[in-house]
Design a protein around this ligand. Structure first.
Ligand code: AMP
Length: 560
């Protein structure tokens, strides 16, 4: 498929407002693809690599602007791109506004501006770009991206720019692609959903749906070394749990960072191979956690996938607040030194696979028994209290808080493991103030002695259907000067445009924010505002995809 054909289809899809029509158009696009089907299925939602893959393009806004400016000709600077961005509001429209180098030459030969780029060539080139590393890799990336842009027609440039920045914004969310795969290849939606849950790869699932049908989809399953999304929890109480299930499984809610540990098969004597650790966003964090790797290698007896939390502990083994884990979690430098400073422990609470057997469809109780088996008698297995007695659950919660934990989890003992699902089967119970995770999409420079710091932060929630963000409030309270400096360092590279004191920020950083109440509000585009918002921490373990959605805010507002 020519990239220009693909861009034409995206343009039509973007112009379509009806959900069903959008799904049909995406289905037609998938059905029209040949060997490049996996690439089409990923590109259409702004992805080059499947969500589980550790490969990334690592192209920030400024690198992309440099490549566009260079392709646009000697009279265009990155400053021009940024000021255009302030006017036009998004990078696709900016990229589209230029005639790129090779286009003028081609048009002169009467080719009418069509280019020869195929979607596969774009994919190959972006993968080659992603693979560059070491000294000079930034320049190589700019060269390669420039090489692509200069072959693009304006419409192709619109979608290339959005693709490389991961912001396709054509109103096609994950649900639409899932439904389009089902429709294009006439497969049951549940079979497609399940296959996506276990692979996290829309490209692979589309190709299997087309080439192997339902039997192929059903045969896709968990694989060691390919992380899946973590099962998530809703807020709830012991009374909710007992009302719904009669009996609840209670565990401590550990205040750490979620990990999914994959232990591969290896040589005798112990039969254990490589250990990989993934964050809840499926990033590979193995290198930062050598002590947890050592522990797993010493303890685990079978190839398996374990779900749990790593928690920082003090000298006596008592849990320390979440901020301490973050000093270790994504660290790339001084790992050994930090290992001495911050001690971590693993608290494991689930087992998704053991040997070659997937446990996703087993009940919590059965999975827990497997967990105990693979971790032997180590104390890393979280205690699980099975009870139908509200007093017993209340006492369990009181003990957990007394011991310094942030609350408890209540789980349906009969439930299966549903990756990525924030459903009714796991409830979290925290007595503290309510908090929400929000994406920073703007800020204001401070005044006086704070003039060189970003001060007030504009916060947004996600609108998954249209893959966009809606504002919900501003936060300026709860932030020390030292923290402001840190936040400025973190957010300044993400600034997309500035006007006076106000800056637009590329959605990439997630703040945990405390609040007293959610109120309807005409001021913000979500339709809601937070009463007394207070900055708690940067959730470096979360990406904008994990932030609250408009729908969740509506539900929280209703349940107050
Ligand atoms: P929150 O981050 O506030 O949405 O709470 C959900 C998170 O609590 C999960 O994603 C886990 O990282 C964490 N967690 C802590 N203890 C447990 C547990 N026993 N079971 C499941 N999740 C837990």
């Amino acid at each position: 498929m020519k990239f220009t054909t693909f861009a034409d289809r995206l343009d039509e899809i973007e112009a379509e407002s009806g959900d069903l029509e959008t799904i049909q158009q995406v289905a037609a696009l998938l059905a029209a693809a040949d060997a490049e089907l996996p690439v089409v299925a990923r590109f259409v939602q702004g992805r080059v690599f499947p969500a589980w893959s550790t490969s990334t393009l690592d192209i920030g806004p400024s690198l992309c602007y440099t490549a566009i400016a260079r392709a646009a000709g000697p009279n265009v600077s990155t400053d021009d791109i940024e000021s255009q961005l302030a006017d036009r509001g998004e990078i696709g429209a900016v990229a589209e506004s230029y005639e790129f180098g090779d286009q003028q030459g081609l048009a002169a030969f009467g080719s009418g501006g069509t280019t020869g780029l195929t979607i596969t060539e774009v994919d190959d080139e972006l993968r080659a770009l992603a693979a560059t590393d070491g000294a000079g890799s930034q320049d190589q990336k700019i060269d390669r991206l420039f090489g692509l842009f200069r072959q693009c027609s304006p419409l192709e440039a619109r979608y290339l720019a959005r693709l490389v920045l991961g912001e396709m914004r054509i109103g096609v969310g994950e649900g639409a692609v899932r439904d389009a795969i089902s429709e294009a290849f006439d497969q049951p939606p549940e079979a497609v959903s399940r296959a996506l849950q276990v692979t996290n790869d829309y490209g692979e699932v589309a190709a299997v749906a087309r080439d192997e049908g339902q039997a192929g989809l059903d045969s896709l399953d968990l694989e060691l070394g390919r992380p899946v999304q973590s099962m998530l929890a809703q807020a709830g109480t012991a009374a909710d749990a007992l009302d719904s299930w009669g009996e609840a499984a209670a565990e401590i809610k550990f205040d750490g960072a979620r990990v999914q540990i994959h232990v591969e098969e290896g040589e005798e004597p112990d039969g254990i191979g490589m250990v990989s650790i993934y964050s809840r966003n499926m990033d590979d964090v193995t290198a930062a956690l050598p002590d947890i790797v050592d522990f797993v290698e010493r303890t685990v007896t079978d190839p398996c996938i374990i779900d749990g939390e790593v928690v920082a502990v003090d000298d006596t083994g008592d849990p320390l607040p979440f901020q301490h884990v973050l000093r270790r979690f994504r660290r790339k430098h001084d790992i050994e030194q930090m290992r001495d400073e911050v001690e971590l422990r693993l608290d494991a609470f689930d087992c998704l696979r053991v040997g070659s057997q997937s446990l996703l469809t087993k009940t919590l109780g059965e999975r827990h028994r497997h967990l105990v088996n693979v971790l032997g008698d180590s104390d890393a297995v979280a205690d699980l209290l099975l009870s139908d007695n509200p007093d017993e659950l209340a006492a369990f919660e009181a003990d957990a808080l007394e011991a310094g934990h942030e609350g408890i989890m209540l789980k349906n003992p009969q439930s299966t493991y549903s990756p990525g699902d924030r459903g009714q089967n796991w409830l979290k119970r925290k007595p503290d103030v309510e908090t929400v995770d929000l994406v920073v999409t703007g800020a204001e420079w401070g005044e006086g002695r704070r003039a060189s710091f970003l001060g007030t932060f504009l916060l947004s929630v996600r609108e998954p259907e249209t893959d966009s963000y809606r504002t919900i409030g501003k936060v300026a309270t709860g932030i020390t000067d030292e923290k402001l400096a840190e936040l400025t360092d973190l957010l300044e590279p993400e600034i997309q445009s500035e006007s006076g004191q106000t800056v637009d920020i590329h959605p990439s950083v997630v703040f945990e924010v405390g609040y007293e109440e959610i109120q309807p509000s005409p001021t913000y585009s979500s339709g809601y505002a937070l009463r007394f918002p207070r900055f708690i921490t940067v959730r470096t373990d979360k990406s904008p995809a994990d932030a609250e959605t408009v729908e969740r805010i509506e539900r929280l507002a209703e349940s107050q």
